[in-house]
Write a protein that binds this ligand. Structure first.
Ligand SMILES: Nc1nc2c(ncn2[C@@H]2O[C@H](COP(=O)(O)OP(=O)(O)OP(=O)(O)O)[C@@H](O)[C@H]2O)c(=O)[nH]1
Ligand SMILES: [Mg+2]
Length: 445
């Protein structure tokens, strides 16, 4: 994976398709263009060209070709894009032709983005935003991913890091150069004041209830309840297909059946689970174990029961996150007053007529919105972000707790905090501290 290689890959989706995009990046890109189309086209202009097999000069395709000289390209290197007719044979022939150009090879997964990162075009959080944008299933996920690709977290973290390095420089200057005379006295107090503000900002960013991660992963709703209550029928009715097996035999569902919904932009993962009961059947026992586990980890549980038999209550650990859904209300005499045995909301549905399903879905969407949030995009969207920011805040707490102790320990904790932020954005340059000292205090003579 040497960066002096030139790499190429099919960047568009699965062929055959109307158009296929093949990208090339690296120092031999101009050579590759010369070999395949006989020239290097005008930079950043769409050029129609005949793509030829370099040795035989046989025409492979008519293509639109783009040339983006580095460093002003996406990867920061010389790059080119071939917009081909998206047939398998066309793509195979073009990839083979590119492989015959000296210094060119197929790209590894993610290698274009990796090159962009190494060239400083994207920090790590932007790289993650790009990955999330490609994986986004719903509008809310797309908006969050795009804001991260545009640097929502990366720029904020970089700003925090810069301010931290300034504070650190003040403390280090006091330590290392205090006998040189040109460092102002009383550096520690302003540095620690700065650190307090920073620590509070980072803590506030962390106090988001995990909504960014929840939006990325989807709001998880488990359907649980006694056997034969109509759980699988409810799931099937919601997704309008036979996703789960339904039968009059109690204990039908064993595996957890997972479906993904887009409720007006909110990603919701719905889980159908085995009916909860004591059983001697080892396979069903495993199903019940999985049902309890997934319901235990869900953001919300739909406790499903037959409207005619509402005696079972959810297990203790999920009761506070459960809504009750009473099913089969199409059957005579089923619907009665809600004599609620658990606190959450009550719904009455029929998988046969569809009654009550729109109300349930509207409530799920509202709940997902409330728990995931629709306003400002979240700063923290991955466990990695949370860990790095927690580490930073913890190191700042320690630094502040040291204020009456040793300046060296304060400096060390500030260093650790800056390193955590550096890790967050994917760069940890030690030179920065000295740079700031020299700039602000003119010590380096
Ligand atoms: N009339 C009527 N019958 C229903 C309704 N929902 C489910 N049933 C019937 O109830 C029986 C059990 O339905 P399932 O959806 O398999 O129930 P389950 O809760 O998934 O059962 P297990 O997987 O065994 O725990 C089937 O015969 C369904 O046809 C409903 O809304 N109305
Ligand atoms: Mg079932």
């Amino acid at each position: 994976m040497q960066s002096h290689d030139t790499v190429f890959a099919l960047s568009s989706g699965r062929p055959p398709a109307a158009i296929a995009v093949v990208r090339v990046s690296g120092p031999q890109t101009a050579d590759a263009l010369a070999a395949l189309i006989g020239r290097v086209p005008k930079a950043r202009h769409a050029t129609l060209a005949t793509v030829r097999e370099p040795a035989s000069r046989e025409a492979i395709d008519q293509a639109v070709v783009l040339w983006f000289p580095g460093p002003g390209s996406e990867t920061g290197e010389d790059t080119a894009e071939f917009q081909l007719h998206g047939g398998r044979a066309v793509i195979a022939a073009v990839l083979k032709a590119l492989a015959s150009v000296p210094g060119c090879r197929m790209a590894e997964p993610g290698e274009f983005t990796r090159r962009a990162f190494h060239k400083g075009k994207l920090d790590l959080t932007r790289v993650e935003g790009l990955a999330d944008l490609i994986a986004a299933d719903t509008d809310a996920q797309r908006r969050q991913a795009l804001s991260h690709l545009k640097g929502l977290l990366g720029d904020r973290a970089e700003g925090w890091r810069r301010r931290l390095i300034e504070a650190q420089a003040l403390v280090e200057a006091g330590l290392d150069f205090s006998d040189e005379g040109d460092v102002p006295a009383g550096l520690l107090a302003p540095a620690l004041a700065q650190v307090t503000v920073l620590r509070d900002e980072i803590r506030r960013a962390l106090e988001d209830g995990g909504r960014g991660e929840r939006l990325r992963d989807g709001f998880v709703v488990a359907i649980a309840g006694p056997p034969n209550a109509g759980k699988s029928s409810l799931l099937n009715r919601i997704v309008r297909r036979e996703a789960a097996i339904v039968s009059p035999i109690p204990g039908t569902t064993r595996d957890v059946v997972e479906v993904h919904l887009d409720l007006r932009g909110q990603p919701v993962t719905l889980l159908d689970t085995a009916g909860l009961r004591d059983t001697d059947d080892p396979v069903e026992q495993e199903g019940v174990r999985r049902a309890r586990e997934r319901a235990g980890g869900a953001d919300l549980v739909l406790w499903v029961q037959d409207a005619q038999d509402r005696t079972e209550v959810p297990p203790e650990d999920i009761r506070h996150r459960a809504w009750t859904v009473s099913t089969k209300i199409d059957l005579a005499g089923a619907r009665g007053p809600a004599e609620s045995r658990i606190a959450g909301r009550q719904f009455f549905t029929s998988a046969v007529t569809g009654d009550g399903i729109p109300e349930l879905l509207a409530a799920l969407q509202a709940e997902a919105e409330a728990q995931v949030g629709v306003g400002e995009p979240a700063l923290v969207v991955r466990a990695r972000h949370r860990v790095a920011l927690e580490e930073t805040a913890a190191a700042l707490d320690r630094a502040l707790a040291q204020r009456t102790g040793s300046d060296e320990l304060v400096a060390e904790d500030l260093r650790l905090a800056a390193r955590s932020l550096g890790r967050l954005v994917g760069r940890v340059d030690v030179e920065d501290i000295l740079d700031v000292i020299f700039r602000d205090f003119c010590i380096g003579k």
